[in-house]
Each structure stands twice: as C-alpha cells, then as structure tokens.
Design a protein. Structure first.
Length: 248
C-alpha cells in the first residue's frame, strides 16, 4: 500500500485513505478493531492495509460500522463470511445494514446536483468503486450496551444520527481521538470547503438532525478527528464543531 495512504495517528491507531473514503484500524496485541471498510472496490487496499501493520484478516476482532452506506460497508460481509468477523453498529442502523431499507443518496439527487463542481467526477468514481453494488450485511449486531466496547482500543460509540438514521461515531478516550464517520468530515470531492464540515446536505437523510448531532461531540475529550472523508484534523473538537456549524 502506498505510504501516503496509511498513517499511524497514535500508538496502534491507523487512518487509511481509500478511494475517497477512509477507514480506521485499531491494533492492540495481535487483534484489530476495524472501523468501516470503504467501497467494495477498496478490498485490496483494505487487505494491504492490514498487512502493512502486520495483521491478517483473521486478526480482525470486529468491524464497527459508523453507518451502512456502500462506501463504508463494502467489505464487511466479505470478512464476515470468509473469517466469521462480527459486524456491529447502532441498533437503529442494523436494518439499514441488512438493506431492509436504504438511506443513501439516489441517482436522481446526484443528477439534480450534477451541475455542482466535483459531482460528476465523484459519481463516476463511485460507480467504478462499486457504490451502486448491493452490499447487505447478513448478520449485523447492535452494540451490546452503552460505554466502551470490549474490543481492541475499547472504542465508545457516540450516537450521531442524521446522515443516516443510526449513524454512530466512536471515541477513543485514552488516545484523545474521535472517529466521526460522516457526521463530521474534513473534505469531500463534492465540497468547496477544507477543514471541519458537514457533507453537502443532499447526502443526509435528515439534515436538521445531522446538525443537531454535532452537539454530541462538543463535550468529548479529544484533539484528533479521524473522519470518514478528508484528512486527519488536529485541534479542539469543540472548535471543529463550531467551524462545521459556520459552514452549514
């Protein structure tokens, strides 16, 4: 894997830049917690990323899903079937991951926004990467309870709905890291902004709820943000939320 696509943010915590989407590997001993898995077309990069930190697919203790969009769950079912890897997400996101319904931007919305800078190149890339491919997870599980999960890194789920109905971020208090998924990005091919922001509103299931969910991050002790889209952001989470609100 290209060295500029993977970065160790803190001891054992790696951010991987896939094709327009990020995922995170949290290593502790021989095991790894994987947060999201990129597009279906990112599978080779995902496996290369594990190998780059000396781990194999069978070392993944669990996959945590921030939300069940195709660019975040692309290899979740593959790992579950091939290696028995459990897939966990917020209870409200479980039926979405099973594809009982789909809270994802429609072709119609993409076409309606095709005049915006960056949208056509992004859409073509999404198609090439499997963004319209069926990617259901057959047996997603809800988080077993509140508080830290008994997984490498002990991530703490932070409910942050709006982008989808059951979106969840993950806090790593010991490292001062917040994994925000798509509830707080730092860049996107369809955005004219760089730095903390919400994704363009037409990507959200419930825009107002997505804005309200930013408040879930303000009290968290973290000075590093690992987003689903864009580069790592270092600095106060409270300040990042303020910047995102200013750009709504």
């Amino acid at each position: 894997m290209q060295s500029d696509r993977i970065a160790e943010i803190a001891t054992g915590i790696h951010l991987v830049h896939g094709s327009n989407t990020n995922w995170i590997m949290i290593a502790d001993g021989d095991q790894v917690t994987l947060v999201d898995t990129g597009y279906p077309g990112d599978r080779a990069q995902l496996l290369e990323g594990l190998a780059a930190i000396g781990r194999r697919p069978g070392d993944v203790a669990a996959i945590l899903i921030t939300h069940a969009h195709a660019d975040h769950i692309g290899s979740a079912e593959y790992l579950h079937v091939a290696h028995g890897t459990p897939v966990l997400t917020h209870a409200a996101e479980v039926p979405h991951a099973r594809r009982e319904f789909l809270h994802q931007v429609t072709v119609g919305k993409v076409l309606a926004n095709s005049w915006r800078p960056g949208v056509i190149p992004w859409a073509l890339h999404a198609l090439r990467s499997g963004g319209t491919r069926e990617t259901p997870v057959s047996k997603p599980r809800p988080f077993p309870g509140e508080g830290p999960l008994d997984l490498p890194g002990h991530p703490v789920p932070v409910p942050s709905p709006g982008h989808t109905g059951g979106h969840s971020a993950f806090h790593l208090p010991h490292a001062g890291v917040l994994i925000t998924g798509d509830a707080l990005a730092t860049g996107h091919p369809t955005s004219r902004h760089q730095g903390p922001q919400l994704l363009p509103g037409w990507f959200d299931k419930d825009r107002n709820r997505a804005i309200r969910s930013l408040s879930a991050f303000e009290s968290l002790e973290a000075d590093v943000i690992l987003p689903g889209h864009g580069p790592v952001h270092r600095g106060s989470v409270r300040d990042a939320v303020a910047q995102a609100r200013e750009r709504v």
